[in-house]
Design a protein around this ligand. Structure first.
Ligand SMILES: Nc1ncnc2c1ncn2[C@@H]1O[C@H](COP(=O)(O)OP(=O)(O)OP(=O)(O)O)[C@@H](O)[C@H]1O
Length: 299
């Protein structure tokens, strides 16, 4: 299957500020991909490059098999909802649908109409008079009705109350299931990502720290608690993600694609939130992805 997004050594610099560093990713189709990272991590930068709104400084990227260059044919295949869910304040809801129909060759007028009715939006209402949640829903409707192959959503639920957020995500999931769309969704809200995402990318300090299918990542990561020991004394082949020590006890988070070897420790799998927080912390502390200690090498 062709990747929906393939990036190699992608970088973006704004003057002195490095916003994205050495980003190599291959995102498979058919997933809802959660992009998570702290403020300023580079999420918006990556998503804008993917939409062809920004040019990278270094590296290459392909989205749906093409270089994103803002060409109309590609814009029709990618739906983008920016962080501030932009709409035209002076245009009515109906005007937005008319505009969507004019600008998008694959526009699904029936779908757009049905969603507006389902949401209870008044077609005559000016977008400037809608609530933040309603504006986000309108922006999502415009993006979904393009019938894109890929939907890119940059923190679309950030300003919504919990109920509006739940509705937004429910509508998103419905339309994804119905139309077989791939989605990249950035959010700070891990509980939301947990609800809708089956693939995860963690970006910290401009670098990708972790990427993979959520089920695989959860299966491969373990929290180990044992009497105090050095990292170097862990069995070889385990990828050390984090280590904490008290006088008597050590707690490690490790990753291994194989079953965890039996040892004198207690081990448990991590919840998604713990996994994300571990990599966020690690990224802020070290600025580099975790590495595996090869057999025989002491740290
Ligand atoms: N137009 C710009 N000019 C200069 N620096 C910028 C510009 N846009 C972003 N940056 C910087 O690039 C870095 C990455 O920003 P980006 O908006 O991609 O992060 P983000 O992960 O989306 O953050 P947030 O979660 O706060 O939205 C930040 O340090 C930011 O200050």
């Amino acid at each position: 299957m062709t990747a929906i997004l393939q990036a190699h050594a992608l970088g973006k610099r704004y003057g002195q500020r490095q916003a994205l560093t050495d980003c190599t990713l291959e995102l498979p189709p058919g997933h809802v991909i959660g992009l998570v990272g702290p403020n300023g991590a580079g999420k918006t930068t990556l998503l804008q490059i993917a939409c062809g709104m920004l040019a990278p400084t270094t590296g290459q990227i392909e989205v749906l098999g093409e270089r994103p260059d803002g060409a109309t044919s590609q814009l029709a295949r990618v739906g983008y909802v920016a962080q501030d869910t932009p709409t035209y304040a002076n245009l009515s809801v109906a005007d937005h649908l008319t505009l969507g129909a004019k600008m998008n060759p694959g526009w699904d007028a029936k779908l757009a109409q049905a969603r507006i009715e389902q949401l209870g939006l008044n077609p005559k209402q000016k977008a400037g008079k809608l609530s933040g949640g309603q504006r986000a829903q309108l922006a999502l409707t415009l993006a979904v009705a393009k019938r894109p192959e890929l939907l890119i959503l940059d923190e679309p639920v950030a300003s919504l109350d919990p109920l509006a957020r739940r509705d937004f995500l429910r509508h998103l999931m419905e339309s994804v299931a119905e139309h077989d769309t791939s989605v990249i969704l950035s959010s700070h809200l891990i509980s939301d990502l947990e609800r809708v995402c089956d693939y995860l990318v963690v970006l910290v300090s401009s670098r990708v720290q972790l990427a993979g299918e959520v089920d695989d990542l959860l299966a491969q990561h373990h929290r180990i608690v044992c009497t105090r020991r050095r990292e170097a004394d862990l069995p070889a082949g385990l990828q050390l993600v984090s280590a904490e020590h008290t006088d008597r006890q050590s707690t490690f988070v490790v990753r291994t694609p194989s079953p965890l070897p039996a040892d004198d420790w207690t081990a448990e799998h991590l919840e998604l939130e713990d996994l994300v927080l571990t990599y966020l912390e690690r990224g802020l502390d070290h600025g580099a992805p975790a590495t595996t200690r090869p057999r025989g090498e002491a740290r």
